[in-house]
Unconditional design. Structure first.
Length: 489
């Protein structure tokens, strides 16, 4: 689900009447890192970042365009922020994936928007905000070349945006590095590091390759340098992100690049947890699993979006695989990494999905028993190859299937969570709960930031003053369908 994030940071050296800029970041963690990079460039140029839109001279909305609901939330947020132009705000800037998809439409239909910045144009945020003209010669980004697989996909039409209204000809090809300015929008104890950008996979339901460009990896040394600097600043948990982190390093000939990177990160003394999102199913190697199992700092957590379990549906999706193949992979993961937490997601209602194929998926979910699972209703996206497929499933039927699948998972989750009662875990305390002033919230290594269930702390031992960002040993005292209740011991 798209996540709306407001961010604030203070300049080290205040300037007289600095330009005040407010950010709203929507969508995935990869988008959030883009927002953090734009904030870093603005702060370095002398702007002041403010948390409230009504205090901003310039408002930036970094948008998501993955599925229809994300596009609608992006548009609604732009219109909401546009209302502030009747007050203090003088400029409204729209950035991100929606710009790549509907550049001209945004300019034409929302006249309150003063500038647009695509996913491959982040350095233009300075000119868009009115601080300074873009200076490509001093770019804070590294332009990277793609791998042969990406070039082959392009030759077959994978990255075509010819029918998109206003799309620029050049695909995004930059990637930030350890020298690029960045202001964290996450809690001080946790941070994301984008280790790769773009995607070369041919999945028929997805337009991310057109939005983000071909797959390209950060240099190994750059990732380590950024992680070391973040650890020195107080970050204790790092989550590696990319559209497909398991391909990391392939574009510069590195074999098992993700495993090698995890090993190096696990050696950083001040880090406590390291995890990665997301794993492509046929890229999960024995070396990767053994690396996770061998290092205590690497969270025993694997997020592998399988998308479906019917071989016929997966073939139409241009994914490959089958439920039987996936079950063998899951068995290997659980055998190699005792106590591993598994998360996945599925698309329900892909064109041509029959009732039999859907039942195959339901049976697979029952047998696999994932710890966490998400289910998305198929969304027709112009530019994706599935857009042209026949045998579309009705929205009503898609929603019925989605609810049925989640009901199955609800029972599995309730049973698996119940088995955790009485067990002890290290918990990263996040702070007071939004549910009640009487509760605190935190996460175990089983909980990735923002996407998994909640862990509430209802009991604190006498004399202890819990500090957000610190780790505490907790015992699970109560379980629900997806959430846990614990006490600090």
């Amino acid at each position: 689900m798209p996540v709306k994030t407001s961010s604030v940071a203070l300049l080290d050296e205040p300037r007289s009447a600095p330009l005040k800029v407010g950010f709203v970041s929507l969508g995935c963690p990869k988008n959030l890192v883009d927002s953090e990079v734009m904030m870093g460039m603005l702060a370095q140029a002398g702007a002041e970042l403010v948390p409230k839109a009504e205090d901003a001279d310039v408002i930036v909305v970094n948008t998501c365009s993955f599925i229809e609901s994300a596009q609608q939330e992006s548009v609604n947020t732009i219109l909401e922020m546009a209302q502030h132009k009747s007050g203090r705000a003088k400029k409204l800037v729209v950035a991100g994936c929606l710009v790549e998809r509907f550049r001209d439409g945004i300019r034409k239909n929302i006249p309150e928007v003063d500038a647009v910045v695509g996913t491959g144009e982040l350095e233009n945020i300075l000119a868009a905000a009115g601080i300074a003209p873009a200076q490509p010669a001093n770019s804070p980004f590294r332009i990277l070349t793609s791998r042969p697989e990406g070039d082959a996909r392009e030759a077959s039409g994978r990255f075509s945006r010819e029918t998109w209204d206003g799309a620029i000809g050049d695909l995004p090809n930059y990637l930030y590095d350890d020298a690029t300015p960045r202001v964290l929008a996450t809690a001080r104890s946790t941070a994301y590091i984008k280790i790769a950008e773009g995607c070369d996979h041919p999945c028929g339901f997805c337009i991310i390759p057109q939005l983000r460009g071909k797959f390209r990896s950060r240099r190994f040394e750059s990732v380590i340098a950024e992680a070391e600097r973040l650890a020195q600043s107080g970050v204790r948990e790092i989550t590696l992100i990319g559209q497909d982190t398991t391909c990391y390093g392939e574009d510069f000939g590195l074999k098992d690049g993700l495993a090698l990177l995890l090993e190096k990160l696990a050696a950083i003394e001040d880090l406590r947890w390291v995890r990665f999102l997301y794993a492509y199913p046929n890229k999960i190697t024995g070396r990767l699993l053994e690396t996770i199992a061998a290092h205590e700092k690497i969270c025993s957590y694997v997020d592998v979006p399988l998308q479906h379990a019917s071989a016929a549906t997966l073939k139409r999706m241009k994914r490959g695989g089958s439920g039987d193949i996936f079950l063998r992979t899951i068995e290997k993961m659980r055998r190699t990494i005792p106590g591993v937490t598994l998360r996945t997601s599925f698309i329900v209602g892909f064109p041509g999905e029959t009732e039999k194929e859907f039942e195959e998926l339901c049976g697979f979910v029952k047998e696999a028993e994932f710890d966490w699972m998400g289910s998305f209703a198929y969304s027709d996206q112009e530019g994706a190859t599935a857009f042209a497929l026949d045998q579309k499933v009705s929205p009503r039927e898609i929603e019925r299937r989605r609810k049925h699948l989640m009901q199955i998972q609800k029972g599995i989750s309730k049973r698996r969570k119940k088995a955790l009662r009485g067990k002890e875990f290290d918990v990263l305390l996040e702070g007071p709960s939004e549910e009640s002033d009487l509760l605190l919230e935190g996460r175990t290594a089983m909980h990735a930031p923002e996407i998994d269930g909640k862990l509430y702390i209802a009991d604190v031992r006498e004399g202890l003053e819990p500090v957000p960002g610190e780790f505490y040993r907790c015992q699970i005292t109560e379980t629900h369908d997806y959430d846990l209740v614990a006490r600090i011991i």
